[in-house]
Design a protein. Structure first.
Length: 138
């Protein structure tokens, strides 16, 4: 795959309901994804009692997919799904959209991609359960 910094596509790392074959993929991603590949990011993954996961800053492998879209407009729809608004305080958002480094399965850098992260405080408040293998399944 080309270095993500050198192309004009919008890259998003997904680890939960937006993964292929999961609940929100068909509505938000199907027919819009230009390329996809299995990938990892480093963080901590937790299962939330609401039926979806949350990723926080950390050092463990989090398994997901790197999805590439034709343009940045996809972020508006994903922001709505993830209850994120850039113009309000982070404490009022469910997730925070950040650019993080993404890696292939051999841990070779693929560059930066957008990802939706939650704070550890939010995960604790919701009663999240750590997934030490970094893989969420519904």
């Amino acid at each position: 795959m080309a270095n993500l910094k050198s192309d004009a596509l919008c890259h998003v790392f997904v680890y939960g309901t937006l993964k292929p074959d999961e609940a929100n993929y068909a509505k938000y991603c199907a027919g819009k994804v230009i390329t996809m590949q299995q990938a990892i990011a480093f963080g901590e993954l937790s299962a939330l009692p609401m039926g979806y996961p949350a990723m926080t800053i950390g050092a463990r492998r989090v398994h997901g997919y790197l999805l590439s879209f034709r343009d940045m407009s996809i972020l508006e729809q994903l922001d709505e799904l993830e209850d994120y608004q850039s113009d309000r305080p982070q404490s009022e958002n469910l997730y925070d959209r950040q650019q993080i480094e993404i890696f292939d399965l051999a841990e070779k850098s693929l560059g930066l991609a957008w990802a939706y992260l939650m704070t550890l405080e939010q995960v604790t408040k919701f009663g999240g359960i750590t997934l030490p293998d970094g893989l969420w399944k519904p």
